[in-house]
Design a protein around this ligand. Structure first.
Ligand SMILES: [Zn+2]
Length: 179
């Protein structure tokens, strides 16, 4: 018996009616980048089904070098998977979704950040870079960071959104545009 036991029981139920999805282009033609917060589940919040959209999650939903690398690979993979349908003008939209009440917001406080750096061994600068104190501000910055990355395919558009923990509503902060 571990903490996973009840979850594995739920998985048993899931598998009973499961239908596998073939590897192909994500049907929603969207990639979601968002926070790992357990109060946000893109599948529930955005009504995503299996096969709809890849989701990349980290603390804050920040556009880090690792996230940019994943998106670059996904763009390449999408081109390959779509190659039998001829060249495509666009591949997918990356939706960066930051949220209110983010746990990374504490890292905007220098004292808290210093303590976190001491306790975890992580550089203070890295912790500061992951802080989402105002999601409207950080989502703009991250959309810009992705759009100006030399690794971003010109066939990928980027948009920014804010999820409100209090209302469950997602509002668009930055309209989708191409690099
Ligand atoms: Zn968060």
């Amino acid at each position: 018996m571990t903490r996973m036991t009840p979850l594995l029981e739920r998985n048993e139920q899931f598998a009973e009616t499961y239908t596998p999805v073939a590897l192909g282009l994500p049907t929603a033609q969207v990639i979601v980048v968002t926070c790992l917060d357990h109060r946000i589940d893109p599948a529930m919040v955005l009504g995503l089904q299996l096969g709809d959209a890849p989701v990349i999650r980290n603390a804050g939903g920040r556009v880090t070098p690792a996230v940019i690398e994943d998106i670059a690979y996904l763009a390449f993979l999408a081109e390959q998977l779509a190659s039998d349908q001829g060249p495509r003008d666009t591949l997918f939209e990356v939706a960066v979704v930051h949220h209110t009440q983010c746990g990374t917001g504490f890292l905007a406080d220098p004292g808290f950040r210093h303590q976190a750096a001491e306790a975890t061994g992580l550089p203070e600068a890295a912790l500061e870079a992951s802080a989402v104190a105002d999601p409207h501000v950080t989502v703009q910055a991250d959309v810009e960071r992705l759009l100006t990355s030399p690794l971003l395919s010109p066939k990928v558009s980027v948009s920014g959104h804010v999820y409100d923990i209090a209302t469950g509503r997602v509002t668009t902060a930055v309209d989708a545009r191409f690099p």
